[in-house]
Design a protein around this ligand. Structure first.
Ligand code: SF4
Ligand code: SF4
Length: 80
């Protein structure tokens, strides 16, 4: 399972306080981000968020935004 913080985030900082890997970053009051390479997939951020802003994504499903990266043409294609 992967975890992703969506647009409902209020930037309250509760998830970052609970994260054992300090994988969540962002200024207070703005949407937070999870550094996927540090995440242990423990789900604490998902359980602590009162705003439904942490989403669980099954393994293998791209994170929102990754689809666009994968679909984007390579720079050499874009120039052609
Ligand atoms: S606990 Fe929820 S609302 Fe608060 S910063 Fe984390 S994701 Fe955002
Ligand atoms: S799943 Fe656990 S390790 Fe990953 S960001 Fe959330 S609290 Fe941190």
């Amino acid at each position: 399972m992967k975890y992703f913080i969506n647009e409902h985030c209020r930037g309250c900082g509760m998830c970052a306080k609970r994260c054992p890997r300090h994988a969540i970053h962002g200024a207070i009051g703005v949407r937070q981000q999870i550094r996927q390479e540090k995440c242990l997939h423990c789900g604490r951020c998902f359980r602590v968020c009162r705003f439904g802003a942490v989403e669980e994504l099954p393994d293998g499903q791209p994170l929102p935004g990754e689809e666009n990266c994968q679909d984007a043409p390579a720079p050499e294609d874009a120039e052609a």
